[in-house]
Design a protein around this ligand. Sequence first.
Ligand code: ADP
Ligand code: ASP
Ligand code: MG
Length: 416
Amino acid sequence: MALIVQKFGGTSVGTTERIEAVADKIAGFRDRGEDIVVVVSAMSGETNRLVALAQAINDNPPPREMDVLLSTGEQVTIALLCMALQKRGYPARSFTGSQVRILTDQAHTKARIREIDDARIRSELAAGRVVVVAGFQGVDDNGNITTLGRGGSDTTAVALAAALKAEECQIYTDVKGVYTTDPRVVKDASLLQTITFEEMLELASLGAKVLQIRSVEFAGKYRVPLRVLSSFEEGSGTLITMEEESDMEDPAITGIAFARDEAKITVSGVPDVPGVAYQVIGPVSDAGIEVDVIVQNVSADGTTDITFTVKRGDSRQTREILERVATEIGARKVSVDDKIAKVSIVGVGMRSHAGIASKMFKTLADENINIQVITTSEIKISIVIDEKYMELAVRALHAAFELGDPDYQPQGDADD
Ligand code: ADP
Ligand code: ASP
Ligand code: MG
């Protein structure tokens, strides 16, 4: 019998009615003879509500307790879904991460899965039950509850699919699949039938929250067939494919991602001597802060500026570290700009098409949008701009690269 892992996100289990609808869907697969392992998220809004409760008590809550708190959201959903399945006559059992034994490292709030013990799940399946597992959570070597970072239920699902060698991992969400960009920002975004694993990895890491980046990494590493599809509408969604070859037929650009959660840090008047980039970036990395786009200006008068981005939540700590460093190395000033956004165009077609960067820059120039920082890699170009132009930039680029769905029919929304 084929084994499928199905993950249902927050909106898909957002109310008891929706949980019942998910149970109906799973029942349909059981009737067709599939073995099903289900992973669910917390009901929509629940994880945010729990974060707010913690913040109300302590603006720097201890990570271990944060994980105990956040893991409760998914525990509610697994029980409710099993009740709905059993009511329909389908035997089902719920499991928390620690009951399955999803073993992680000890990095609370951003733990990584190390190992999954599949014995319990296999014996439940053999007994004819639907297995419902809480997403986003695991347990460390010492029995502490851990969580996998926001959006982590995707990773639970793909990791389970890898451990169980499932035929497919299906991520059910509130849109029909992976689009050329977030369909909430660009109404005529096109649904992609397939996307390469490499491109999906870039889009996820550059801000498209449709899949958590770790889940895409897992799918690549263990070659898990991964599909994103809608909980609410029929359709075959988007298949993430493992093909790495690109050819002239590929469109130049596959998709556009954006992120608003970064801050730009500039250290100016840095003496331009060997080792200075290390002196600036080193202490920031040593503090466990992830540094993204980095640029260093050409030196003018024996000094230079170093600019890079960090997650917005890390900007305060980064400033504190760099103010200390600036005094030590004799730099002039540290400035932090929180009001930035990163917009990236992604596509394997970039390898075989020339002129993509200049088209991107011209499109932004035509909209009068100033580019603050640029970085490129083989299949992506990212720019940092003023946050207030983010949506404008995304729409303009989507149109310029002709990514719109020709069959799109406006729904006549008031805000259209
Ligand atoms: P879930 O709760 O099911 O995990 P998420 O909110 O985490 O759902 O992810 C789905 C959302 O991702 C969509 O509602 C959409 O707004 C957003 N999104 C961003 N970029 C894309 C994209 N390229 N394609 C599809 N959805 C995208
Ligand atoms: N409930 C968690 C979150 O909101 C995990 C998930 O939904 O994937 O981030
Ligand atoms: Mg998600």
